[in-house]
Write a protein that binds this ligand. Structure first.
Ligand code: RB5
Length: 152
C-alpha cells in the first residue's frame, strides 16, 4: 500500500520506527514530517496527510503526536476524512470494519512501540464490512456536507 505518514516533534522517533517497520513489509511510505525535534505544530502534518488521503494520492494515512488527539482532530476537519485515534488494536480493527477509517492516529506519549505496531497491523489488515455500516457513514457525510441530518 501507499501510506502517508505525519507527526509532530514529540513523535519523530516513533514515526521513524513505524516507517521502517512498514517499509520492511513492502509498503511505500510518503513521509510529510516533521523529522526534527524542534517544536512543530501538529495541524500542519495532520492537514497535509489528510489532503493526500482526500485526493486519493495515497491509500491511507498514519498520524502520530503526543496523544494522537490534536493531529487526528486536525485531519478530521478535512472533508471525507475519518481519522481514529487508538491506544489498542481492537478499536483499530473495528474502526476499519465498521467506520471505514482512512487515517489511523496514536500517541507517542501514550503507547509503546510494540503496541503501536500491533495497532498498525490490525488496522491495515482489516476490511470495511459495508452494508448497515455504509448507511451510517453516509449519515456522517451528510452532517459533514450540510450541517444537518434529515433521518433520525
Ligand atoms: C505537544 O506538546 C502535544 O500537545 C501534541 O503532541 C499532542 O499531544 C496534541 O494533541
Amino acid at each position: 500500500m501507499k501510506i502517508a505518514m505525519g507527526n509532530d516533534h514529540v513523535a519523530v522517533e516513533m514515526k521513524k520506527e513505524i516507517k521502517v517497520y512498514l517499509e520492511e513489509k513492502g509498503h511505500e511510505i510518503i513521509d510529510v514530517g516533521t523529522n526534527s525535534t524542534e517544536r512543530f505544530n501538529y495541524p500542519v502534518s495532520g492537514f497535509q496527510v489528510a489532503k493526500m488521503v482526500q485526493k486519493n494520492e495515497v491509500d491511507c494515512g498514519i498520524l502520530i503526536c503526543g496523544t494522537g488527539v490534536g493531529i487526528s482532530l486536525s485531519a478530521n476537519k478535512v472533508h471525507g476524512i475519518r481519522a481514529v485515534v487508538c491506544s489498542e488494536p481492537y478499536t483499530a480493527k473495528l474502526s476499519k470494519e465498521h467506520n471505514n477509517t482512512n487515517i489511523l492516529a496514536f500517541g507517542a506519549r501514550v503507547i509503546g512501540i510494540e503496541t503501536a505496531k500491533m495497532i498498525v497491523d490490525e488496522w491495515l489488515n482489516a476490511k470495511f464490512e459495508g452494508g448497515r455500516h455504509q448507511t451510517r457513514i453516509d449519515m456522517i457525510h451528510e452532517i459533514e456536507m450540510t450541517q444537518e441530518l434529515k433521518e433520525n
